[in-house]
Design a protein around this ligand. Structure first.
Ligand code: 2AM
Ligand code: CA
Ligand code: CA
Ligand code: CA
Length: 266
């Protein structure tokens, strides 16, 4: 296998993520340009585009052989995960960014031949930087995160958007309503990548979304798996990073299997 200097890639990515966070904070003083993508709840702003273009320009300059997949489409249309691939969500939680100017994050996952190597999740307004390096631990603001341990369903707090608890096109709501009834509590933070950072750092125990894209979970997957947590489709299949809309269920070990067996597979 080709030898890569992952320390340099890590340090370079960290500088880019923090710089992007500065740009976003500075933008609060300026007028935001808001557009819709597929529907009125699918927002995109000039900052989503600016930040994605910033990453792409810098990465192309420094590492011309690396590939980039980004939500706003300025990267490549990838058909393979061969080589080094950066999977970037410039702003995850755009609706929060627009409505609240908080509770959104930058998400960067770096994969090598399809395997997660480095993940960054930056909660810009809280100034919390979560990151993991495969085999090297996961951290928040430089502090090591402990491995994840199982918890009982009755003590679990699960991140889930209310849309999945009512009648919807993607999951039988009798399944989600049973889950919502049985857990200690549910939360909806509006940023998939932050909800995964919250699992990694023990703030919540699981997260379900029926429709995520690779950039929503690419970094979160690396953090959660580094700490022994589990992330898969609702049928327990491995996630396909080249599929655009996929169900994602992430949770502490043990709890993940329990919920798959007793709710989703029933
Ligand atoms: P985004 O803010 O980067 O678009 C909202 O519950 C979460 O789901 C966010 O992480 C959001 O990412 C993600 N999401 C994925 N696909 C979406 C879509 N089509 N519309 C709105 N949010 C979407
Ligand atoms: Ca979006
Ligand atoms: Ca996203
Ligand atoms: Ca986004």
């Amino acid at each position: 296998m080709e030898k890569h200097d992952w320390d340099n890639v890590f340090n370079f990515a960290k500088v880019l993520v923090l710089d992007a966070g500065d740009q976003i904070r500075l933008s609060f003083k300026q007028k935001l340009i808001i557009d819709f993508k597929e529907n009125a709840s699918d927002l995109v702003t000039n900052m989503d585009k600016q930040i994605e273009k910033f990453f792409i320009q810098k990465i192309n300059e420094k590492y011309p052989s690396h590939h980039i997949l980004g939500e706003e489409g300025y990267g490549e249309e990838l058909t393979s995960l061969d080589g080094i691939v950066w999977i970037i969500d410039p702003i995850d939680g755009t609706m929060n960014f627009v409505h609240m100017q908080r509770h959104f994050a930058i998400s960067v996952g770096i994969y090598h031949n399809g395997e997660g190597v480095i993940g960054f999740i930056y909660d810009v307004v809280a100034d919390d930087l979560y990151y993991a390096v495969k085999g090297g631990g996961a951290f928040v603001n430089g502090e090591a995160l402990p491995p994840l341990k199982s918890t009982e369903i009755g003590k679990a707090v699960i991140g889930i958007n209310a849309a999945w608890g009512i009648e919807n096109k993607r999951i039988d709501s009798s399944i989600t309503s049973a889950l919502i009834r049985d857990v200690r509590g549910t939360r909806s933070f509006g940023s998939a990548t932050l909800e995964m950072a919250y699992i990694a750092s023990g703030k919540i125990d699981g997260y379900l979304s029926m429709r995520l894209a690779p950039w929503d979970y690419a970094a979160g997957k690396i953090l959660i798996e580094e700490l022994g947590g589990k992330i898969s489709s609702v049928s327990g299949e491995p996630l396909q990073l080249l599929t655009k809309q996929t169900p994602v269920f992430a949770a502490k070990p043990g709890l993940h299997e329990y919920i798959l067996e007793n709710y989703f597979k029933k």
